[in-house]
Design a protein. Sequence first.
Length: 243
Amino acid sequence: MRRMRLDRLLSRFGVSRKEAAELVKAGRAAVNGQTARDPGMVLDLDADAVTLNGAPVRTDAHFHIMLHKPSGVLTATEDGRGQTVLDLLPREWRSVGLGPVGRLDKDTTGLVILTTDGQLAHRLISPRWEQDKRYIARVEGRVGEDEVRRMAEGIPLKDFTCRPARLVVIEAGEDESLCEVVVSEGKYHQVKRMFGALAHPVLALHRQSIAGIALDPALEPGSWRELTEDERARLYAVTELEE
Ligand code: URA
C-alpha cells in the first residue's frame, strides 16, 4: 500500500509543508468527503479521495528522489541484514513505493535516484535507452592514453564486450590515478570490471550523474531531496515518457 501524510501530499502542489498544515487546520482539506483536521493523517494513496478547497488533489502522481548514498549502505528496498537506501529516508517516505533506479555496490558512493514510476526506472537503466552514467573512480596505477583508447573501443570482458566508454584522466600518479568514466550501460560491477580488465583495480567509486541529472553538491552523504520540476521533466523527456 502507498501511504503518505496529508500535509506532505498537499505540499507537493505549490504550498510549503507549514502552509499545508495550516490549510488542513483551517478545515480546507477533505478526505473521502470528511473535513480533515489532522495534518499528520496518513493517507492510503490508492484508495483515499482528497480535496483541497473542494477541488480534487491528485494522489496518483509519482515521487522521485535523489539521494547521496554513503559507503556501507545497500541499494535495495529491504534487507534483513544491512542498512538500505530506504532506511535513510524518514519513515513516511518508506511506504510510498519508491524503488532505486539501478544499483550501486555497497562500497560505491554517490547518486541514487529513487522513483515510484517503474517504467521510468526501467528506461533509465535499460541499455536500449543508452542513458549516460558518470562515475569518478580512484584506481591503482598510472592511467594514460592507452586506457582512454581501450575504453573508447569497448573493453571485452568474459561474458560480454562493453559499449564504448568515455574516460578522462583527471590526475595520473605512479601509485594511483583519478579518472572520470561515462558508461551507457550498467551491468553488475561493470566499472570495476572494466578497470580490472585494464589492470587498474578500483580503490573507490562515486557516481556523479545519471542521464544528465547530477548529484546536488549540497547533499551530504546520507541525505536526500525530491527532484526539482526541471529534473523530473528531463528524466521524462530523455525516456520519451509522459509525466
Ligand atoms: N560499476 C561498478 O562496478 N559498481 C557500481 O557500484 C556501479 C558501477
